[in-house]
Design a binder for this molecule. Structure first.
Ligand code: ZN
Length: 135
């Protein structure tokens, strides 16, 4: 067999789907023809990398399976109101957020007030200067 014929058989040879006579001919040719051997190795690499990348890992497949299960479960319970449609729950969340914000603001306000009284910035209040320890 000559080079063009061999190159035409390389894909089938890679997947082992050639008959015994063709396989022997391809192997004999590859041993004696660096050009076809290079072409075969390039083809092999291309097939192997192309086959590897789109395949998801078992972990990714498991995440997908769980996401689909959650989606199906949420569709099954779609008749129930969602949390943002429940006024009571939404009111509670809003009140809690407002309370947290007020707490942060009042702590900051107190620190600023203390700083004003002491005539220093809050950073100086928290970290005394080394000179104070000597005296
Ligand atoms: Zn060749």
């Amino acid at each position: 067999m000559d080079c063009p014929l061999i190159r035409g058989e390389l894909v089938a040879y890679h997947f082992g789907s050639v008959d015994e006579a063709t396989r022997d001919a391809v192997e004999a040719h590859l041993l004696g023809c660096p050009g076809c051997l290079r072409a075969f190795l390039a083809l092999k690499r291309e097939i192997e990398t192309a086959g590897a990348s789109p395949r998801p890992s078992p972990a990714a497949r498991e995440r997908l399976r769980q996401a689909v299960a959650r989606d199906l479960a949420s569709r099954a319970s779609a008749a129930r109101p969602l949390w943002w449609r429940r006024p009571l729950a939404f009111g509670f969340v809003t009140a809690a957020a407002a309370a947290a914000m007020l707490l942060v603001l009042s702590v900051r306000g107190q620190m600023n007030l203390m700083a004003e009284i002491a005539g220093t910035t809050p950073a100086e209040v928290r970290a005394p200067a080394p000179a104070d320890e000597v005296n």
